[in-house]
Ligand binder design. Sequence first.
Ligand code: SF4
Length: 266
Amino acid sequence: MTTIEWTDTTWNPTTGCDRISPGCDHCYALPLAKRLKGMEQARGTNHPKYQNDGDPRTSGPGFGLTTHPDTLDEPTHWRTPRMVFVNSMSDLFHARVPATFITDVWRTMHATPQHTYQVLTKRPERLARVLDQVHAALGLTEPLPNVWLGTSIESDDYTRRANALRQAPAAVRFVSAEPLLGPLPSLDTTGIDWVILGGESGPGARPLELDWVRDVIGQCRTTGAAPFVKQLGTVWARSNGAPDKKGGKPEAWPADLRVREYPATA
Ligand code: SF4
């Protein structure tokens, strides 16, 4: 997962994951987990977060899906309100995260209304299935107002994830089209509050065509979703002499792409 630029804090009640689509090809969490595992071993400590290895075909060293019940109460210790990105090192709706554990995560978010939580998944079908169970277990009749639910969509093959997200009751729904790897002509932003767009960054980054971004902004204009262009990516930055490696400085972009809006509730 990729953290959103204006989150204050990340909270990882689970770590580890398995790649499921081309947007995962350069998952930053996967090699980071390997490094963290190695660092902890070199120090002679045993960091419980990164000692389980995942399937080498889809995951890797230190990146086996693991739940961390000891981290569930972390947000209760943060007194000042924070924007919290849930699971920068995992996907909460991975098939191996028990529904009871997801319920525990929701219990913490319910108990800490001072914080706003952003939960981003590439598995919104499971999110939609499990959420009713979670709400029933906690006696919730409405979605938590402080929880934003999002899904990543990297190409037109995955716009069905937006359909699944629409099935989930949520105060705010968002789509993260980052890394955007192709045009999204099938994307329907009806019922979506916020759409984040970004080109890929880092080694091996794939190119972004600016018209893909323009088309999604146009789609947002027809449904009232708020578009937020985060970065144009490494390939664009390199070929346009951008001042930073990610192409994340709006002042260097074509004027019509300098669009950074937030959902109305924000
Ligand atoms: S779903 Fe997210 S955390 Fe999991 S492998 Fe893909 S990019 Fe990484």
